[in-house]
Design a protein around this ligand. Structure first.
Ligand code: FAD
Length: 362
């Protein structure tokens, strides 16, 4: 969308179907909501029935801290649209801006010139027919298991070793207002209000605990985590859980991969993955998409090395604090300190966006 708006000819391909769900919860932080607002897309998120979130309450053992979402830069509420809502809104906006978006096609290889510069992509669909498309720049926005990164042979150049296992599902009529994040020894749970009058109820546990689950199902692990932290919520969910299937992400370490080279760039999880415990991946992906778009169209030289240096400086602090949280190696005092550090990191990232960026589109 951003590149098409800047007059570039854009082709986006994705093997899955338009509007398909993805393995992810979807709490958005202020920076991501701000971008949707500036792009004129927040009204579409609201119109899809996504409930505004006026507060986030942190529960540390027995102590609760409620943070009201204050008005800043035109944003006075957070939102957590289902990916079946958010992704089509972004794709529609990209098409309206002039991008061509093709579903049912995967990038299967990169085209290179004699010097090894990437000059296009090879695509293929279920019929295995191959199409080559030349391009000045190929951007791998293809997630943490990025094929583009694999073809280029890119190794992570910075890693964050800890990983939590996430288990989540959706329930109606959960009697908690706003976002709630709960922390106890070796477990974190939370609730996020979302579309269709449902609440996403998630549990995060150390990966080692997930590995040692024995015969217990992921549904049982989810309930066990809820009950350990909030018996009321656990009992409420247990009383009607037979109708809901939980989804599980076993966890993966965080990393930074190189962000750009001759004829290619990586954005979103493809270049930078952090544990879901800070619920920041969508916000990060949108911000980096904007900053990469600015870098691509800004300097005219095609040299994106500054983009990579900027990205690393922006995200390392957040990656480190996320890693500390995902280690579950903290006391209740330490986890509060880590949240203060997280807030500092998030504020710095919002400041990067407000220092420039897309004008608001009514
Ligand atoms: C359990 C879990 C919970 C999470 N919770 C949150 C949360 O609450 N808030 C938050 O902000 N973030 C959360 N995240 C992180 C968030 O999901 C990601 O950071 C975000 O989806 C990254 O977006 P992306 O576009 O880079 O990658 P993805 O969303 O993974 O999209 C990659 C796309 O590339 C396509 N693709 C893959 N291979 C190819 C190919 N060869 N050719 C063409 N296309 C291809 C895929 O089909 C997909 O559409 C969570 C993640 C997990 C796993």
């Amino acid at each position: 969308m951003l590149l098409a708006k800047r007059g570039l000819r854009v082709l986006a391909v994705d093997p899955v179907a338009y509007g398909r769900d993805t393995l992810s919860t979807h709490a958005m932080m202020r920076g991501g909501v701000l971008q949707l607002h500036r792009w004129g897309l927040l009204d579409r998120v609201r119109a899809a029935g996504t409930p505004p979130i006026a507060s986030t309450t942190f529960h540390y053992g027995g102590e609760s801290v409620r943070v009201e979402i204050k008005e800043r830069d035109g944003v006075d509420r957070l939102f957590a649209p289902r990916r079946t809502v958010l992704d089509p809104i972004l794709v529609d906006a990209a098409r309206e801006a002039g991008a061509e978006v093709v579903y049912g096609q995967s990038l299967v290889d990169l085209l290179r010139d004699d010097e090894g510069r990437v000059v296009g992509a090879r695509m293929s669909g279920p019929d295995r027919e191959v199409t080559d498309v030349t391009a000045d720049l190929v951007i791998g926005a293809d997630g943490m298991r990025s094929r583009v990164a694999r073809i280029l042979g890119l190794e992570a150049d910075y890693t964050a070793p800890h990983a939590a296992c996430s288990i989540y599902g959706y329930w109606p009529d959960v009697a908690l207002e706003g976002n709630h994040w709960f922390y106890e020894a070796d477990v974190s749970i939370g609730t996020i209000p979302t579309n269709d009058d449902e609440t996403c109820v998630f549990a995060l546990i150390p990966r080692t605990r997930f590995a040692a689950r024995g015969e217990r199902t992921t549904g049982e692990l989810h309930l066990e985590a809820l009950r350990a932290v909030s018996p009321d919520l656990g009992d409420d969910i247990a009383s009607r859980t037979d109708t809901v299937k939980v989804r599980t992400f076993a966890g993966a370490p965080g990393f930074l991969r190189p962000a750009a080279g001759p004829g290619w760039a990586l954005v979103g999880d493809a270049g930078y993955f952090r544990d879901p415990i800070t619920a920041h991946g969508i916000t990060d992906a949108l911000r980096e998409a904007e900053l990469l778009a600015r870098a691509i169209t800004g300097n005219g030289s095609g040299d994106l090395s500054h983009y990579q240096a900027g990205r690393d400086a922006r995200v390392k602090g957040l990656l480190d604090v996320t890693d500390r949280l995902a280690s579950f190696d903290w006391t209740m005092d330490e986890v509060q300190e880590l949240h203060l550090e997280l807030t500092r990191q998030m504020n710095a990232q919002v400041a990067v966006l407000t220092a420039g960026g897309e004008p608001h589109q009514p």
